[in-house]
Ligand binder design. Sequence first.
Ligand code: AMP
Length: 400
Amino acid sequence: MAKLTVSDLDLKGKKVLMRVDFNVPIKDGVIGNDNRIVAALPTIKYVSEHGGKAILLSHLGRIKKEEDKPGLSMRPVAERLSNLLNKPVTFVPTTEGKQLEDAIDGLNDGDVLVMENTRYEDVKNGENVKRESGNDPELGKYWASLGDVFVNDAFGTAHRSHASNVGIASNMGQTAAGFLMEKEIKFIGGAVDNPEHPFVAILGGAKVSDKIGVIDNLLAKADKILIGGGMTYTFYAAKGMKIGNSLVEKDKIDLAKEILDKAGDKLVLPTDSVVAEKFDNDAAHKTVDGDIPDGYMALDIGPKSIAEFEDVLKSAKTVVWNGPMGVFEMSNYAEGTLEIGKFLGTLTEAKTIVGGGDSTAAVQQLGVADKLSHISTGGGASLEYLEGKTLPGIAAISDK
Ligand code: AMP
């Protein structure tokens, strides 16, 4: 069933609790990159422009002890948000109590307030009590009592059941998705539940073990799964091919065999690889067909594989990509990842969806991100979504 979204809500004069993802890189109070704050602006502006009183909650980093708190305060984030919105933003340096409640009572329609880091609740009086990340029922109830409606726009934590997402939602009459969350549901949820065919998945990255759930789920839904990256060579080993010194998960070879048997020709492995003598950009390297020779490790898919993958992709109507095709951090082994990213940018007739930090970095580096249908904002969450799991943060959003 379709989920309620922020545009379905009557916001005028309402206290709108909003779970956003402001988990930005921060060091000594300086924000490294404000992409996530910028990404949250459309929903925040919408709420404010429609007369809601926006009360923003987010986690920032991990708090394990009292000393972690000062460096992970939300204050610099609130200041940056104020600059980006070009209007004052109230920052409340606490996560509960009179100061917070009074500040909320003092809000006018359209105002924006940022509460302190929700994970401050994980440590109380020096004790690691995990009230936020353990979804303490009292905490969710308390936060819910501060607002009239709840908007969850933090897809990055949707795979976690925390007080600031599931806890609030389960104590609130109405929970709606923000625009970012709505887009994740539309594209990733849409690809998993109701893809337009041909549906092609491209899965890369280091390990089979990280992607096994995704491969399993997508085998039932996709028309082809293209495999690249380090996990290729565990499949090679399962087929009895030579893998030289390539990355391999020995304890996953039997599992890889089972997948290959089950998948038939749905699973497409690279037919050639760029191999090197060492895990080093400057090591002697060459392209080989099939078996990886002794003394070499495979670090990228080869040009023939790139062409074969593109041939499968060109007629796709839905494409999901997660994980690099090689060690793309080193320029000599980046071609597979970059060429696939570039090619996705040319697929104007397909829904193209990219998830995972490395594939996202690749399409951003290539400047093709704006030619794709959707770049997911959540790494772990997007993988679990592709695995077909119910994400508690999404399940807790009200149906339309
Ligand atoms: P993941 O976090 O599982 O998506 O894996 C990403 C990492 O896999 C990147 O740091 C890549 O450098 C690495 N990787 C990709 N292909 C290979 C390969 N053929 N051998 C070793 N590492 C690889």
